[in-house]
Ligand binder design. Structure first.
Ligand code: ATP
Ligand code: MG
Length: 569
């Protein structure tokens, strides 16, 4: 990738959309205006793929001093819901973007789009077809075989106007009549074979109510909406490439000279390994209660990622890193997780939490004594300062940080072995207490009072192999910790022809630990606040279920990617 120096900033080379825009700016094509839009259909929650599109559209406008509209593509009356509209606005804002003015709705343009249909009829380029959908579809032919012209194709303008008006007035049943563009039934592009512009749908619309009983098709609404809003660059995903001639045909038939004509530009949609991005399938997971909702922390939705503990910065950085491609590809989900760790590493305060506690008694530490030890909040950022954590005779350590008969490479605590307690002392295990079944219930250790971290003594500089995190037992706060992992254990859960994607659900995607111990400073942790639990990973306070006195943490991501290791093995 070539770079060019611009002042102190090192600029990446332009992506192909930026090149198009810069060329347009140079030739003054749109009077120097850059106006993009993000056009979600409000039939589900936004996911990480949409986030890519949002970052791209808003990012282009920011870069070129332009504007971006948020437009709800609500031409389909059946599926849209207000809940989705609200969630979409929240997600775009959370990602850090603000659209121009009020949100737009394609449905606000129904009258204008209808008037344009009338104009196209008058110009002789559209006709009402009485044939059923099935027959129309049969007559389209195949890519190598031309289609068959409808017997209604050559109706007079007057008859078409009359029938279309009556369609609008509700005189026909669903499926009885459609309006079609009169283009070319032999076109090598199937989308140009007299595509349907309007169909009768006697359904209530979430915004226009029962005002309309005919609705424009996507192709005859999207470009028209772009045109109405003065969009200059209409960025969409690759599957619309074959629609582009139609996009342009419709625009050419309603265009007024001197106005801005939008240009459709396609880029490759984001595909992520181990991830489902189809709204229909995500909805299925929600409806079948396989996840707890659209914002389940395992969902690839923006609201799920947010609840999981993702930051907007990490998602924007990810979108920027993957760039804009012209060909379909699959991005490793590890890259998204990397971007997240990178961001949280800088921001998240370190704290101590023990997820699977084992009691450890320091027998030579006075029973009634407690002391406060200073510990840094983030070694990556001195400005985050230090805090004091209590230490006492009884502490908790992680059960799997102790092993009785440990192999040589086990650098944690063993019977008779020594470790350092983070920010505290070096301890030695003297005795292992077990219950009747042989389970370890307690460790008895001694400590060396001269080894306190940071005390500067010779003894404190002594190296031992392992350092463990811990929490003082009498000061610890109880918490529930939800260990989330990838929702699917297959790289391409919806890439298998004969196997349903749900077969690849990861049975380990959620483990709930209810007896966790966290340091006392977390007692009043605010919903959504993020921490690094030392040696364990990044965690955040669950915004829905965590309550004072009943803390719930979500594991956002472990410190290291365990999946790539698994795959290599
Ligand atoms: P569908 O049309 O099947 O409901 P969709 O994913 O196309 O689903 P839209 O709400 O129409 O959903 O998408 C809004 C915008 O987001 C569109 O411009 C679309 O191209 C873009 N988009 C959707 N999915 C992705 C993705 N995986 N990567 C990049 N952009 C995407
Ligand atoms: Mg779509």
């Amino acid at each position: 990738m070539s770079t060019e120096n611009k002042g102190t900033e090192v600029k990446k080379s332009l992506n192909f959309i930026e090149s198009i825009i810069e060329e347009d700016l140079k030739t003054k094509k749109n009077n120097g205006i850059v106006y993009t839009r993000f056009p979600p259909e409000p039939n589900g929650y936004l996911h990480i793929g949409h986030a890519k599109s949002i970052c791209l559209n808003f990012g282009l406008a920011q870069r070129y001093n332009g504007k971006t509209n948020l437009r709800f593509d609500d031409t389909n009356p059946e599926k849209e819901e207000v809940e989705y509209v609200d969630s979409i606005m929240e997600d775009v804002r959370w990602l850090g973007f603000q659209w121009e003015g009020e949100p737009r709705y394609a449905s606000d343009y129904f009258q204008q789009i209808y008037d344009w249909a009338v104009k196209i009829i008058k110009d002789g380029f559209a006709y009402v077809d009485d044939q059923p959908a099935e027959l129309i579809s049969q007559q389209r032919g195949t890519p190598t075989q031309p289609g068959i012209e409808s017997p209604y194709r050559n109706r007079s303008v007057e008859e078409n106007l009359d029938l279309f008006t009556r369609m609008k007035n509700g005189e026909f049943k669903e499926g009885e009549k459609v309006l079609r563009a009169k283009i070319d039934m032999a076109s090598p592009n199937m989308h140009m074979r007299d595509p349907i512009m309007y169909r009768v749908l006697k359904r209530e619309h979430h915004r226009t109510g029962n005002k309309w009983c005919i609705y424009p098709m996507y192709d005859f609404a999207h470009g028209q909406s772009d045109y109405i809003e003065g969009i200059t660059h209409s960025v969409c995903t690759l599957e619309f490439e074959v629609h582009r001639p139609l996009y342009e045909w419709f625009l050419d038939h309603v265009y007024t000279p001197g106005t801005i004509k939008p240009r459709q530009i396609e880029f490759a949609r984001l595909n992520l390994s181990y991830t489902i991005m189809s709204k229909r399938k995500l909805l299925e997971l929600v409806q079948k209660k396989i996840v707890i909702g659209w914002d389940d922390p395992r969902m690839p939705t923006i609201s799920g990622l947010r609840r999981r503990g993702y930051t907007p910065e990490s998602i924007r950085k990810f979108a920027d890193t993957i760039g804009v491609a012209k060909r379909d590809n699959v991005i490793d989900v590890a890259l998204l997780e990397h971007s997240l760790r990178d961001d949280l590493n800088k921001k998240a305060p370190r704290v101590m939490a023990v997820l699977d506690p084992l009691k450890l008694v320091i027998t030579n530490y006075p029973e009634d004594k407690e002391e406060f030890l200073s510990i840094e909040n983030n070694p990556e950022d001195e400005s985050m300062g230090n805090r004091e954590i209590p230490f006492s005779r009884e502490i908790f350590i992680e059960k799997d940080d102790f092993m009785e008969d440990a192999p040589k490479k086990f650098f944690r605590l063993t019977n008779g072995g020594e470790v350092r307690l983070k920010a505290a002392y070096i301890i030695k295990c003297e005795e292992v207490i077990k219950d009747n079944e042989g389970n370890i219930t307690e460790l008895r250790c001694t400590y060396d009072p001269d080894t306190r971290s940071g005390s500067g003594t010779e003894a404190s500089k002594r190296k031992v192999k392992g350092t463990l995190h811990w929490v003082s037992a009498k000061h610890a706060v109880n918490a529930e910790v939800r260990l989330y992992d990838r929702l699917f254990n297959n790289e391409a859960p919806d890439g298998h022809k004969d196997v349903d994607f749900k077969e690849f659900l990861n049975p380990e995607s959620l483990k709930i630990l209810s007896n966790c111990k966290v340091e006392p400073g977390l007692k009043d942790a605010k919903p959504e606040s993020k921490y690094q639990f030392q040696r364990l990973g990044y965690f955040c306070v669950d915004k829905k279920d965590s309550k004072p006195g009943n803390l719930v943490f979500n594991r956002t991501v472990p410190l290291k990617d365990s999946w790539s290791k698994v795959n290599k093995e």
